[in-house]
Ligand binder design. Sequence first.
Ligand code: P5A
Length: 442
Amino acid sequence: MYFSKSLIPILKNNPSEAKIKSHKLMLRTGMIKQSSAGIYSWLPLGFKIMKKIEKIVREEQDSIGAQELLMPTIQSADIWKESGRYNDYGDEMLRIKDRQNREMLYGPTNEELITDIFKSSIKSYKSLPQLVYHIQWKFRDELRPRFGVMRCREFYMKDAYSFDLSDEDATFSYNKFFLSYLRTFKRLGLSAIPMAADTGPIGGNLSHEFVIIAETGESKVYTDKRILSLDFQDIKPEQKSLSDLRLNFDQYYAVTDEKFNQEEFDKKVKNENKLQTKGIEVGHIFYFGDKYSKSMDASVDYNGKKSYAKMGSYGIGVSRLVGALIEANYDDEKEIMKWPTSVVPYQCAIIPLIDKKDKSNLEKAEKIYKILDSYNIDTIIDDTEESIGSKTKKFNMIGIPNQIILGKKSTETEIEFKQFDNQTKTLKLNKVIDIIRKDLIN
Ligand code: P5A
């Protein structure tokens, strides 16, 4: 890919409308473009990053045996009337009428639609548990959309749903998602704290929010910091080990302002373990038993008896995670973004010094590009006429970890190589490839 041919519209200065790092950086580097309040187009750079996050989210859902499907964005109002939420949802729901004057809506979540699918597809308890998920756009007509992709009206969510026969089985499913969430966020290099949470319009009486610590977060966070060092890497998704895992996490005080109680905090957490800060909610899981299955009559046959499915739902804000990663990793003084390796938009940038009369640096860049490509190193060549200094600054900001500079110091056999603001080194190409590949494996 040549930078001159890419649709990456970099702005010279920070946009004045953006208040937080992620919003600033995403507009500045042309990851997104606002199309109307709280609604964004995802331009190639931002979309590439979001797709990589989505892949990790998907792999972790698959790994607990959840099946992927895809439900539409537009839903019929009928099923929401059946569950009783059509009126409850209020102004956040975008309501539309089709040409037949039928009431439709842009889905803010999918509990009703999945319950309707379950109801017509699953008849016997022998088909339980059912764990399903999709990754789809949602619309919520938020009163105050703000902070770019962090609180927008149209956003990309992974939402999963579980159906079980008993409360005990349903808790097992809930705990599987609990573990998969810890793993997903860990793979993204984020430490997400599961916190006891309110259930709001989704309903039920058991719920955890997964919150990452960030100064610019919207939620106030009160927690016992020992929760941050709990280990879950080797936990097997079995009933006993998962309920132990939950107990282990739940024993520590960890809440957002909605559930905060100073007296309880003082009683349960020693002063030296107290952590009072701000955070971003990146995931939220719920258990609500037969709230939807009863009102929508979704049951299975259990030895001749009708049994309403026990359900939970599990959300991850995939588009919000792009912003959350920036909040957690962007150094806005140095203007350097460090993505986790699995999410980085390009592994390497080749920066030739362009001389109108002498094309040799560009030709050298093209040769190196082909070699890197043969090692599956995703690379961009910056063939624009900007100065080397302004190009390296731009790639630091976008977060391209490896930069090859083909200027005065590069010779036939050795090239200039730089990682972010580290000193440049003059190295042989195969040494550079080794360094980049090592990073890819780790
Ligand atoms: C769980 C899955 C639900 O909707 N139903 C299906 C449940 N939960 S939730 O907490 O309301 O949303 C899940 C996650 O989606 C992200 N999110 C948002 N991202 C950007 N802009 C928004 N306006 C927005 N609202 C929710 C959050 O990451 C949330 O945890």
